[in-house]
Write a protein of this length. Sequence first.
Length: 317
Amino acid sequence: MGVIKDASDNILIAKRPEHVHMGGRWEFPGGKVERNESVAAALARELHEELGIDITGDSRITPLITIRHQYADKTVLLDVRIVEQFGGEPTGKEGQPLRWVPVASLQDYTFPDANYPIISALQLPRILPISPAFLSLADCDALSEFYVQQRYTLWHMRSPNCEREVFIKAINRAVESVGVEVGITVNASVAEYERVNALHLHLNSAQLLSLKARPQLRSGGLLSASCHNLEELNAAHKLGVEYVLFSPVNATASHPSANAAGWSALQAFCAAARVPVYALGGVGECDVGKAIACGAQGVAGISAFSPLANIGIGQGV
Ligand SMILES: Nc1nc2c([nH]c(=O)n2[C@@H]2O[C@H](COP(=O)(O)OP(=O)(O)OP(=O)(O)O)[C@@H](O)[C@H]2O)c(=O)[nH]1
Ligand SMILES: [Mg+2]
């Protein structure tokens, strides 16, 4: 399937005819891969048949996410690619209504159930910074300022050793100063989440395994979790998280005792995941392409995306 983007990052959706599987719902254009056909060739053929457009520039077909989904009557494996370069003006060659929609408005349309992780993936960045351990309001302010300056759109604020009242105050100040355009995910207990005005909540693996049900988040809030193995991924699926972090892919200074899982383990984890996955642990911006090739959304990290040298905040754990 293709997530087709125009120059303003609007996304093309089409309405499925009433009589087919998932009829009447909106979809990303595409169709089934034929025998002896590559995914890229199938996508090019389907987009030509359904929309009358031709993909140009192969390198611009970027993998977004692969989802295996079980409907009551069939199982589908959706291999989603982003298409940014194409020739021709899309038209509904099969009479299907088309619409160009900004990412933020996709949630207003009804898609087949398998598509919801695609919409999460589209809202999520390729790079996800995680804050180093800060201990004071001033350090937290400096971090927020740095992330805004770098134009990150989503980051995690995490500081397990910070005095909790300071942490809560720091998060509230950060949310107030960065504005609504960006997202702050707080790594905290559910009780702490209720006391801060950050929208999103991240669970460590211990929290993930102990929670029986998805905590209630504020409207638009994304729930994420740390996973190190398939058992934790399973728990994350059951809780209905929007994305997960898989670690440690490589050896990392912040968690020296953990064994590196490696890139092939990341690939196997992504194949099993039904939500976007970030590679975490000893990875940086230069690893984004490698992570995407393994099926991941992108990379997450503390030291690779932090101004440690600039503002002198220790790494901490
Ligand atoms: N194209 C498309 N299919 C989707 C989406 N989400 C989703 O679950 N599917 C499922 O993936 C399957 C394949 O899609 P399709 O029906 O477009 O395949 P196709 O064009 O080859 O159909 P055809 O063989 O009847 O021509 C369908 O069962 C469909 O319900 C989506 O966003 N786009
Ligand atoms: Mg189709």
